[in-house]
Design a protein around this ligand. Structure first.
Ligand SMILES: C[S@@+](CC[C@H](N)C(=O)[O-])C[C@H]1O[C@@H](n2cnc3c(N)ncnc32)[C@H](O)[C@@H]1O
Length: 219
């Protein structure tokens, strides 16, 4: 089991980089994805939540910067690591960004009664599947009707093809098992396949990834 506080404390640079996940950028660039609030689960030292809360278009830096919705999204972020959360708060402050960051274990944490977000974002959580499955079933209640769930993680299929990510199959993602946690949701996209990551020292190189965007039915 990873000691996340130790990993973040001892890192000489942000382990997953300072830019957001490429997949999250792609999702924000979609014409059918528009949100005003997001709950970023396992947000680590905050690269994804910080980008969502920052200014600019969803498509991000460089090419495609004119695509996607304006960001400035109201972000709530939760992560197990006290160290990462403290680092994230400092980086948010240096970027002039306001977000609500909570250091908590997602196997225990629940939002205030009735609290809902336009999107729940879960990038690179590789806890044992039993824990993730329970979390997904709970987190569907935290999305407003018509809202989204975004998931990205390393794939359980052919994991040896990945140059990074966990090796233990129980910590990897499976499209079918994940989609089964979202009964009644529209599957906007669900992919498993090979890509190339350039996201800090720990997410670097060829990677087999699962990328999922599902939408809760509007009431
Ligand atoms: C691979 S890192 C990804 C961090 C961030 N999502 C990113 O993409 O930069 C996994 C994160 O999951 C967090 N984590 C692991 N188990 C958790 C749990 N039970 N509750 C909350 N966070 C957890 C760790 O602290 C770590 O920050």
């Amino acid at each position: 089991m990873v000691d996340w506080d130790k990993r973040y404390r001892e890192a000489t640079e942000p382990p997953f980089g300072t830019l957001p996940s490429e997949y999250l950028r792609q999702v924000l660039a979609r014409s059918d994805f528009e949100i005003g609030s997001a709950l970023c689960l396992a947000d680590g030292d905050g690269r994804n939540g910080r980008w969502l809360a920052g200014q600019g278009r969803g498509g991000g830096q460089g090419r495609g910067q004119d695509r996607g919705q304006e960001r400035g999204i109201e972000v709530t972020a939760v992560d197990l690591s006290q160290v990462a959360t403290a680092q994230a708060r400092i980086a948010d402050g240096l970027s002039g960004i306001q977000s609500d960051r909570i250091a908590a274990d997602l196997t225990q944490w629940t939002p205030d009664e009735g609290r809902e977000w336009d999107a729940v974002i879960l990038i690179a959580l590789h806890a044992p599947w039993a824990e993730r499955e329970v979390l997904l079933h709970r987190a569907v209640e935290w999305i407003r009707p018509g809202g989204f769930f975004v998931i990205e993680g390393f794939s359980a299929r052919n994991p040896r093809a990945s140059e990074c990510g966990p090796a233990d199959e129980d910590r990897l993602w499976n499209v079918e098992k994940t989609l089964a946690c979202f009964p009644g949701f529209e599957v906007v996209e669900a992919f498993e396949g090979q890509t190339w990551l350039n996201e800090g020292p720990r997410h670097q190189g060829t990677a087999r990834m699962v990328r999922i965007l599902v939408r809760k039915p509007a009431e």
